[in-house]
Ligand binder design. Structure first.
Ligand code: GLY
Length: 383
C-alpha cells in the first residue's frame, strides 16, 4: 500500500510525537464535550456518527480517564489533569461492583494510572476496595476468576480477556502485602494456559467450567467467527496478559507463553502486510474482512514491552512489528482527521461482529492502547 511506504520515510520519533500531540488535541476536545455529561464516559460512535456514551458500569468506562492520565503524563497540561480527575471520579462507585470481572479495565486504567502519575493517595482506597470486589469472583474449585455470570448455558464462563485484570490484582498484592492476590493471579494464569490454548497457541474466547466438578464443560466463542477460530482481540489480550504476568512474577512459563502467542499472531498467514489484524484470524471473506484496530493497538503495546524481556534478535523482530503497527495506525488510513471521528483518535475497530455491535467504529480502548504503545515506544529512546 502506498501510504505505508510514504510513512516509512518519516523517522519513527516523529511518527510517535506527531501522533501524541494529535491525540492530546483530539481528547481535549472530547473532554470539553464530556465535561457536562454528569456521570457518563465516551464509548464509540453510532452508525450515523453520533457519540455513544456509557455509564461507569460499562466495561470500557476506565479507558477515557486512562487516556487522559497518559496524555497528562506526556504533556503536563493542567487542564488535562483537571479533566482526568473529573472523569476518574465518575467511576469510583464501581469499586463495590462484584457483578463484573472487568474491574481491572475500569479501575486500574483510571485510578491506577492516576495514582501512578500523581501519587494521589486517595486513589489507593478505591483501588484496594475494587481489588477486593474483583477477588470475590475467584472460584477455588476451578482455579479462575469467573468472567461473566452464568448465561447461554455456561455455568462459569471464563474469557481470555480476563487475563487483562491480573495486573490490577498484582498491584493489590504489592500494595497490601496480601498474598491471596498473588495466588489468584498465578492460579488463573495457569488454569487459562492449560484450558484456553490450542496446540498452535491460538486461544478460545470462552471456556466454561462445571461449578461442581471444576472441570471444563465447553470451549466456545462469543465475539469470534466460530468456536474454533482465533478472535483477534482475544489473541492480543492473551499476549498482553502473559507479558504482564511475566513482568510481575518473573516466572519463565509466562514469558514462554507470551512468546508463543506473539509468534502465532506474527507468523499467521492471515496477518496483513500493514500488521493491523482482521477482526478474526479465521474471519470469513479475508482479504475483504473488517480489520480490528483495537487488536493491533493492544498487540503493539504488548510487543513493545515483550521486546525488552527476550533475546535481542527476537526483541528486534517484535519491535519492528510494533513499529509497523504504529506507523500504520498513525497513517491516514486509521488515524482520524483533526476534529472528526467524534474526537476519537483511531477509526476502524470492531466490538462484536456476531453481536452486530460496534462494527468498524472508533473505540476508547483502541485509543487507550495506542497512546500507551506510543508512550512505551517513546520511553525506549530514553533507555
Ligand atoms: N472484553 C470485551 C472485549 O474485548 O470486547
Amino acid at each position: 500500500m502506498v501510504f505505508v511506504s510514504c510513512e516509512k520515510q518519516k523517522p519513527m520519533d516523529k511518527v510517535v510525537n506527531d501522533a501524541l500531540s494529535f491525540s492530546l488535541k483530539q481528547y481535549k476536545h472530547m473532554a470539553d464535550v464530556m465535561k457536562d455529561k454528569e456521570d457518563l464516559l465516551p464509548r464509540t460512535l453510532d452508525t450515523v456518527g453520533n457519540l455513544v456514551t456509557a455509564k461507569s458500569s460499562w466495561w470500557t468506562s476506565g479507558f477515557f480517564p486512562g487516556c487522559l492520565w497518559y496524555l497528562y503524563e506526556y504533556s503536563k497540561d493542567g487542564k488535562i489533569k483537571e479533566y482526568a480527575e473529573m472523569m476518574t471520579a465518575r467511576i469510583e462507585k464501581e469499586k463495590n461492583n462484584t457483578g463484573t470481572h472487568d474491574l481491572g479495565f475500569m479501575l486500574y486504567c483510571s485510578f491506577g494510572n492516576g495514582l501512578r502519575v500523581t501519587g494521589n493517595k486517595n486513589y489507593i482506597e478505591v483501588l484496594l476496595t475494587g481489588a477486593k470486589s474483583l477477588s470475590t469472583r475467584f472460584r477455588p474449585k476451578i482455579g479462575c476468576i469467573q468472567s461473566w455470570n452464568s448465561r447461554k448455558g455456561w455455568q462459569c464462563p471464563v474469557i481470555i480477556d480476563n487475563m487483562m485484570n491480573l495486573e490490577f490484582l498484582m498491584w493489590a498484592f504489592k500494595s497490601s502485602g496480601d498474598s491471596s492476590y498473588y495466588k489468584i493471579c498465578v492460579s488463573h494464569s495457569d488454569t487459562t494456559m492449560k484450558n484456553h490454548f490450542r496446540p498452535d497457541y491460538s486461544s478460545y474466547h470462552v471456556v466454561s467450567y462445571d461449578t461442581i466438578t471444576g472441570r471444563v464443560e465447553k470451549k466456545q466463542t462469543s465475539q469470534g467467527a466460530s468456536d474454533e477460530s482465533a478472535w483477534a482481540r482475544g489473541q492480543s489480550w492473551g499476549l498482553y496478559g502473559y507479558t504482564v504476568m511475566f513482568r510481575e512474577t518473573k516466572l519463565v512459563k509466562y514469558l514462554n507463553q507470551a512468546i508463543h502467542i506473539a509468534d502465532f499472531m506474527i507468523d499467521n498467514p492471515n496477518m496483513p502486510q500493514d500488521k493491523i489484524p482482521y477482526w478474526d484470524f479465521n474471519a470469513p471473506g479475508i482479504p475483504n474482512a473488517k480489520r480490528d484496530v483495537s487488536a493491533a493497538a493492544v498487540m503493539a503495546s504488548a510487543l513493545i514491552e515483550l521486546s525488552g524481556y527476550v533475546q535481542p534478535e527476537l526483541g528486534k523482530k517484535y519491535l519492528e512489528i510494533a513499529e509497523t503497527q504504529l506507523r500504520s495506525l498513525a497513517s491516514p488510513v486509521y488515524l482520524a482527521k483533526a476534529g472528526k471521528n467524534g474526537n476519537f483518535i483511531l477509526m476502524h475497530s470492531v466490538g462484536s461482529i456476531p453481536g452486530k455491535s460496534e462494527v468498524d467504529v472508533p473505540l476508547t480502548y483502541a485509543d487507550y492502547y495506542f497512546i500507551e504503545a506510543l508512550l512505551r515506544y517513546k520511553s525506549l529512546s530514553k533507555k
